[in-house]
Design a protein around this ligand. Structure first.
Ligand SMILES: Cc1ncc(COP(=O)(O)O)c(C=O)c1O
Length: 374
């Protein structure tokens, strides 16, 4: 059987990985500054993580949600403490799209409404309403006709308020920092106004922190730069360091009831063991501090390169913008210098999402390669 061919792939086959490096079948070493769309938070195959996941697998790698799984409670407690979100409740699932779907369900059940407001160039996964990379018609179509999204420009609170006034909106969903679309973000004032208008019209504010969360920006969640308190926060990617797991952090004002949400695999023992290990490592190795420090160095080095037109994002969620499309540059970085980087819907943007363990030496390695190719 052939694979249903929906991804363009580079001709590299990694067989081994450690921290920020991967090796292909010929033993060639690569520097991974993209972490498979930002999922590698604590570094590839971190020894503590490998031993925790292996121990769990040898113990009980078991899936069932009809029995007690103390690891879920341990994960919720640890996540609440580290993220400073102890006043939320946690629903566990398997991916970012699933986290957003569940967040939208909670909002829709709570308000009895179904329309969603989202933002141009946002990306919330292959979800029924919240796929909003508006320039790309192929993935723009809402699948579920009952739940339709309206896409507005970022940073225009009047337009948001005009939509909310109509009375049929259940949720506004926004990324802490836009990932796939190209690292645009709301201003602090916009986020604060958004919180205010959502409260005013009884609309649920969902912060999609699937890419911008888990310490990547130097704070646990990117919205924490803006002093707001969203109703729901969604997370995935870095949460399991590659092991599929997603989470919905739900404000206590939403009442849980049996059957409201559900999942077969979500919060299984192995996923919880992986996610607990990630949090332990983030804390023990002070990886949020590292993300801030290395990103400050990174930005200083990048901004003196004359061909760089703009630097976007925060922390280790960085976009380097040029006045040309970066497709060829990315190929040269992979094949000539063995460095993985990412692209975005903004084709002039190089997207860098390294493990939070990345070092300044590795940044130097990238800068040297980039300068050579430019
Ligand atoms: C902000 C954001 N939300 C949701 C998703 C979807 O996550 P997943 O691919 O795990 O379904 C992504 C994936 O890139 C994302 O960047």
């Amino acid at each position: 059987m052939n694979l249903f061919n929906v991804y363009p792939l580079y001709d590299v086959t990694p067989v081994k990985a450690l921290n920020c490096n991967v090796w292909d079948e010929n033993g060639t070493e690569y520097l991974d500054l993209y972490g498979g769309h930002g999922v590698i938070s604590v570094g590839h195959s971190h020894p503590d993580y490998v031993s925790k996941v292996t121990e769990q697998l040898n113990n009980i790698g078991f899936y069932s949600n009809a029995i007690q799984n103390p690891l879920q409670k341990e994960l919720a407690k640890k996540l609440g403490e580290i993220s400073n979100c102890e006043d939320y409740e946690l629903f566990l699932c398997n991916s970012g799209a699933e986290a957003n779907e569940n967040a939208l369900k909670v909002a829709s059940f709570h308000t009895g409404k179904s329309r969603v407001v989202s933002f141009k160039n946002s990306f919330h996964g292959r979800t029924s309403a919240a796929v909003a990379v508006t320039d790309n018609k192929k993935i723009n179509a809402p699948i579920n006709k009952q739940q339709v999204a309206t896409f507005l420009p970022l940073n225009n609170i009047e337009l948001v308020e005009n939509e909310l006034k109509k009375g049929d909106v259940c949720a506004v969903i926004i990324e802490g920092i836009q990932g796939v679309g190209g690292l645009d973000e709301g201003t602090p004032e916009f986020f604060q106004d958004l919180e205010m208008v959502c409260k005013k019209y009884g609309v649920v504010l969902i912060l999609d922190e699937i890419q911008s969360g888990y310490g990547r920006t130097g704070k646990f969640f990117a919205f924490q730069y803006h002093g707001i308190h969203p109703d729901i926060i969604t997370t995935a990617k870095g949460m399991g360091n590659g092991f599929p797991i997603g989470g919905v952090l739900i404000s206590q004002k939403f009442e849980a009831s049996f059957g409201l949400l559900g999942t077969t695999f979500g919060g299984n023992h192995l996923a919880c063991a992986a996610a607990i290990s990630v949090l332990v490592i983030i804390e023990k190795e002070k990886l949020m501090v590292n993300a801030s420090a290395v990103s400050t160095y990174f930005q200083e080095q990048i901004k003196i390169i004359p061909q760089v037109k703009n630097i976007k994002g925060k922390g280790l969620m960085t976009g380097i913008e040029f006045d040309f499309e970066v497709g060829e540059l990315r190929k040269k970085l992979i094949y000539n210098h063995h460095i993985f980087t990412g692209g975005a819907m903004n084709k002039n943007l190089l997207r860098i999402l390294p493990p939070l363990t990345v070092t300044t030496d590795q940044i130097d390695q990238f800068i040297k390669a980039l300068k050579q190719e430019l």
